[in-house]
Design a protein around this ligand. Structure first.
Ligand code: NDP
Length: 487
């Protein structure tokens, strides 16, 4: 059976490359190639820039409320096609349909809707200076680039295009080569919604295509989601013409469970923050610090619920709540971390091996894994694993656990469970992380800014400030009286 071949999406249509180079995309739950994609060669890259230039002229000249209307039409289409798009995300990523169905497309659409609403609210200022005055204008940056990771492909494309396009920019988006289809579907929807051609182009390929975007002199900003190491490379390349950057990078986030916490709720948070999307979420609370006095109770409930309630299998089955990891290679990396955990002396509470469920025997599954007796110096406690692997640690003292929680170069998320509101806020305020939760974990509404402290990132996505990061301020001084000149 022949599989479909997708081309790059430039200027409102699929465009063939000249090199004929393609890459294969596999379904992580079956290990089967499901389609091929053409690589964005030089001819495609040139077309993408020329198209984005043309798109920018049309899009930036539109009244913000017109842009808003088109974006909202796209939101409508995204929601209307939720089921079809969710299925695409499941086949590309291996995540369960029960998640994609209600999270991936919805939260992507929410963000575009949010920024569509904000687009017409952008105002400049006016201020008198003597008889003269000046005013400011919020102007778009121009052509921007988005580079996405593979864990939430369509959602990431929405989170980057929403603010960029609302502010009047155009975006050239490169999805991960593991998950290229969602972004194409978004591009088709934008065109159907009435967006001018060239406003949102999709280029396909691996690191080289990403690198090209980060060095191209006409691209003004790069918004990147991915690993810390790649983020550093992207920033270095972006320095070539002083591009603005937004960096959404990795994490190794702490969850602190105090002795007065609702333990059942805290266990729910720990499970969500380690096993949702089979652990492939950047904000996951992979370091769970539990107060000594509730440790036994916490571990007992955690083990029982993990062993009883997690169902791995064909991600298209709505009962399945643990999907396959993105690739065989990634599965191997996660299993290697598990071996390191065992070798370095952590106790395996549950899991710790690959899975081969009956309904998806060839998928890249890893059992939900919990290590106890962990110490802060273990590799599994220090490094981002990006799989369903939780490390549980014990603490006794508030000040001490804050120091330990902050003892990392990363600072993406953090959570606190406590019924004592003063303690909860006091502790959260001292944690060096950009996205924090109290008695909750993982929720990320469009209105809430998200981004990392330290090496977890630069800049924010979502929330009002993100729209500003896609604009530049022009000051215009207006002389009302005769110029005083010594010449
Ligand atoms: P990578 O850093 O490997 O890749 C991210 C993107 O960058 C991909 O599209 C990749 O292309 C591309 N890329 C690779 N090398 C370069 C380069 N030199 N220049 C430009 N682009 C390049 O991350 P993953 O895809 O493996 O995603 C997992 C990581 O993403 C985790 O660390 C996770 O924490 C982080 N993440 C952060 C989020 C946040 O909001 N903070 C959200 C989601 C994930 P290709 O893959 O095609 O080779």
């Amino acid at each position: 059976m022949t599989t479909p071949v997708y081309q790059n999406f430039i200027h409102g249509q699929f465009v063939p490359n000249q090199s004929k180079e393609t890459f294969a995309v596999k379904n992580p739950a079956t290990d089967e190639v499901i389609y091929h994609v053409e690589v964005a060669d030089e001819s495609i890259q040139e077309k993408a820039i020329a198209s984005a230039r043309e798109g920018f002229a049309a899009w930036s000249a539109m009244a913000p409320i017109e842009r808003s209307r088109i974006l909202n039409k796209a939101v409508y289409l995204l929601r209307e096609r939720n089921d079809e798009l969710a299925k695409i995300e499941v086949l590309d990523t291996g995540k369960p349909i029960q998640e994609a169905d209600c999270v991936d497309i919805q939260t992507g659409a929410d963000v575009i809707e949010y920024f569509a609403g904000l687009a017409p609210t952008q105002v400049g200022t006016q201020q008198p200076v003597g008889n003269d005055f000046f005013y400011t204008r919020k102007e778009p940056l121009g052509i921007c680039a988005g580079i996405g990771a593979w864990n939430y492909p369509l959602q990431i494309a929405c989170w980057k295009s929403g603010p960029a396009l609302a502010a009047g920019n155009t975006l050239i988006f490169k999805p991960s080569e593991e998950t290229p289809l969602g972004a194409i579907k978004l591009a088709e929807i934008f065109i159907e919604a009435g967006m001018p051609e060239g406003v949102f182009n999709v280029v396909q390929g691996a690191a080289e295509v990403g690198q090209w975007l980060t060095t191209h002199p006409e691209i003004e900003k790069v918004s990147f989601t991915g690993e810390v190491g790649t983020g550093k490379k992207v920033m270095q390349s972006a320095a070539s013409n002083l591009k603005d950057v937004t960096m959404e990078l990795g994490g190794k986030s702490p969850l602190i469970v105090f002795d007065d916490a609702d333990i059942t709720e805290a266990v729910s948070a720990a499970m969500l923050g380690n096993f949702y999307t089979q652990g492939e979420i950047c904000t996951n609370c992979t370091r769970v610090y539990v107060h000594k006095s509730v440790y036994t109770q916490f571990i007992k409930e955690l083990k029982a619920r993990t062993e009883a309630n997690i169902i791995a299998g064909d991600p298209l089955d709505p009962n399945v709540n643990l999907g396959a990891l993105i690739s065989k290679k990634h599965q191997g990396l996660v299993l290697d971390y598990i071996e390191k955990g065992k070798a370095e002396g952590a106790t395996l509470l549950t899991g710790g091996h690959a899975l081969s469920p009956e309904s998806a025997p060839n998928g890249y599954f890893v059992a939900p894994t919990i290590f106890t007796d962990c110490t802060d110096d273990m590799t599994i406690v220090k490094e981002e694993i990006f799989g369903p692997v939780m490390s549980v640690l014990v603490f006794e003292d508030e000040a001490d656990v804050i120091t330990r929680a902050n003892n990392t170069e990363l600072g993406l998320g953090a959570g606190v469970f406590s019924q004592n509101i003063q303690r909860a806020h006091r502790v959260i305020h001292q944690l060096k992380a950009g996205i924090c939760w109290i008695n909750s974990y993982g929720n990320s509404p469009a209105e809430m800014p998200v981004g990392g402290y330290k090496q977890s990132g630069i800049g924010r996505e979502n929330g009002i400030e993100t729209l500003n990061s896609y604009t530049q301020t022009k000051s215009v001084y207006v002389g009302m009286s005769q110029i005083e000149s010594p010449f």
